[in-house]
Design a protein around this ligand. Structure first.
Ligand SMILES: Cc1cc2nc3c(=O)[nH]c(=O)nc-3n(C[C@H](O)[C@H](O)[C@H](O)COP(=O)(O)OP(=O)(O)OC[C@H]3O[C@@H](n4cnc5c(N)ncnc54)[C@H](O)[C@@H]3O)c2cc1C
Length: 262
């Protein structure tokens, strides 16, 4: 369990960011499910409940998700379903249980760039951007590539594009972390193939995505694309699975997701 010396609930994001940066040990508190598993000593915990960041709304071009939105809201929200089908629901619906998903937040998950994250890999295949207090609004892809910098994730934007998209994962047991997760989207002829829990963080298989976008969609080209993806990406071993197993399974999951989107 972590220790917090004191807790503040700022009323503006400016105040939250300023307190966050007053001391090295100050830290944002989201749903606190992950923090609770560690033994951190936090100076001032910056709790975001007063900032009205628990919302999902849409305008003509984007769906906006506030950073304090929980997984359960994401899973059951009609704006999400109407715009992106089942991909986001599918990516979170098997994580632990409903009570847990009522607590964990989108902002904490995306900001933390967990390698195993089921939500991040799903968001990556959609056109997703993040808004950081200091870092500004950037694509999720760019954010994942950036080095860590203390900041406040305010919201996530997803472009409304009518993409066909699918998420798949593999777990040793239902409530365990994923061994591997993938997502695939198709917009017109353009495919985006993403793989996470390699166990490194989610990334786009760029060569394979480009190949599939520029060639006829048939069995042999799909097989070639998944082979390319497994070669261009790096995989690793940990207590859950070996590098070779992950590499082999990436082809199976990617093929299933591709078949679903076409
Ligand atoms: C037991 C357990 C099992 C899990 N299994 C899975 C799984 O199978 N698949 C999966 O994808 N995920 C899994 N997760 C991760 C979970 O889905 C969340 O991603 C994780 O708990 C973080 O969300 P939180 O709200 O609890 O964050 P917290 O614990 O509150 O915070 C986590 C980190 O994010 C920082 N933070 C919080 N909010 C912000 C913000 N707005 N801006 C900047 N920094 C912020 C905090 O300072 C902290 O460093 C699991 C977590 C736990 C505890």
């Amino acid at each position: 369990m972590f220790t917090v010396i004191d807790i503040v609930q700022p009323n503006t994001v400016e105040e939250a960011y300023s307190i966050l940066n007053k001391r090295k040990t100050n830290q944002v508190i989201g749903g606190s499910a992950f923090l609770r598993m560690g033994k951190k000593r936090i100076g001032t915990g910056v709790e975001l409940s007063n900032l009205n960041l628990d919302y999902i709304k849409e305008d003509k071009e984007y769906v906006e998700i506030g950073s304090m939105t929980t997984f359960r809201t994401l899973e059951t929200n009609s704006i999400i379903k109407d715009n992106f089908g089942k991909i986001l629901e599918d990516s979170v619906k098997d994580i632990i249980g409903i009570q847990f998903r009522n607590v964990v937040t989108v902002g904490a998950t995306v900001f933390s760039k967990y390698g195993f994250s089921d939500l991040i890999v799903a968001l990556l295949s959609l056109d997703t951007e993040v808004e950081l207090y200091k870092g500004g609004r950037i694509s999720l892809e760019e954010f994942l590539d950036r080095d860590y910098e203390k900041d406040l994730l305010i919201k996530v934007y997803i472009k409304k594009e009518n993409k066909n998209a699918s998420y798949k994962s593999l777990r040793n047991a239902k409530s365990d972390y994923p061994i591997l997760n993938v997502s695939v989207s198709k917009y017109g002829n353009k495919f985006k193939l993403c793989v996470g829990a390699r166990p490194q963080k989610a990334t786009v298989a760029k060569k394979a995505s480009e190949f599939l976008s520029n060639n006829e969609i048939n069995e042999s080209n799909i097989d070639r694309a998944i082979e390319m993806a497994s070669e261009e990406l790096t995989f690793g071993s940990n207590m859950r699975a070996s590098k070779d197993y992950r590499k082999a399974m990436s082809k199976v999951l990617l093929k299933r997701a591709i078949m679903e989107v076409i």
